[in-house]
Design a protein around this ligand. Structure first.
Ligand SMILES: [Ca+2]
Ligand SMILES: [Ca+2]
Ligand SMILES: [Ca+2]
Length: 251
């Protein structure tokens, strides 16, 4: 609501009119509601940002086919307890809601109290510091998303749902692997870290329909994610031929 107030105070300026032009859906909600983006919007860069987002969302046929191969958000390089924010690598921007926060392993330089181990890409992962803004957007939309997660038993099952640009559910996956040694996972730290066992979530919806995803824990949000990979087509595995057999076999 911060951005909404600020935009409103501009008495119908260009930023406000651009937002109104965007299709109603989760991306529009993100720009309006995300506090981190609200700060950005106060500056002149907001104009360029809005033009890019509006163009990408308004011309999906143009955007489709621009993604070649896959890209991965590793969270490396983001500071301890810094908001993840927007990550652009190639033609797709991945926008993490303001609740997504980077955290560095306590065993690694720059880390403080990251209580995890054996992260897929050392030594930074992301977790939800609260539940205020938890959606992850892909602009433009993609066909395939996978990522690694580690979770406490209280957070399981993790329900991961993908939505199209209109907010309609397109595909869902469930994570049920206990990731903490204190919760019974057969793993140790590196040398420290209770969250030490990782498993994968895979979402596939042909036709570049995945515009956003939501990750919801059962009774808590005590989980972390790493290596969020996104593609226009499922990655080719070593000796598998369909995406359904990829899970747990291609990494
Ligand atoms: Ca560790
Ligand atoms: Ca580590
Ligand atoms: Ca990482």
């Amino acid at each position: 609501m911060i951005l909404c107030d600020r935009v409103g105070s501009q008495s119908g300026g260009l930023s406000y009119r651009l937002i109104q032009l965007m299709p109603v859906g989760p991306l529009r909600d993100f720009i309006i509601n995300n506090p981190a983006k609200g700060k950005i919007m106060r500056h002149w860069k907001s104009m360029a940002l809005l033009f890019v987002f509006t163009a990408l969302v308004s011309w999906p046929m143009l955007a489709a086919g621009q993604v070649q191969g896959c890209n991965t958000v590793t969270f490396e390089g983001i500071g301890d307890y810094e908001a993840v924010g927007a990550v652009t690598d190639g033609p797709v921007s991945v926008l993490f809601g303001g609740s997504w926060t980077a955290i560095i392993d306590s065993d690694a330089p720059g880390g403080s109290d990251g209580d995890f181990a054996h992260e897929p890409s050392e030594s930074t992962i992301a977790f939800l510091s609260d539940q205020a803004s938890t959606t992850i957007f892909f602009v433009p939309a993609v066909s395939y998303v996978d990522f690694w997660y580690t979770a406490s038993p209280q957070s399981l099952p993790l329900t991961v749902t993908a939505f199209d640009i209109g907010g309609v559910e397109v595909v869902q996956d469930i994570g049920s692997t206990v990731g903490t040694s204190s919760g019974g996972a057969d793993c140790t730290g590196d040398p420290n870290g209770d969250f030490c066992l990782w498993d994968t979530i895979v979402l596939y919806s042909p036709g570049n329909l995945i515009a956003s995803i939501q990750i919801v824990g059962a009774s808590t949000f005590d989980f972390g994610i790493d290596d969020v990979r996104y593609c226009n087509e499922p990655p080719v595995a070593n000796d598998t031929t369909t995406w359904g057999t990829l899970k747990g076999s291609y990494r």
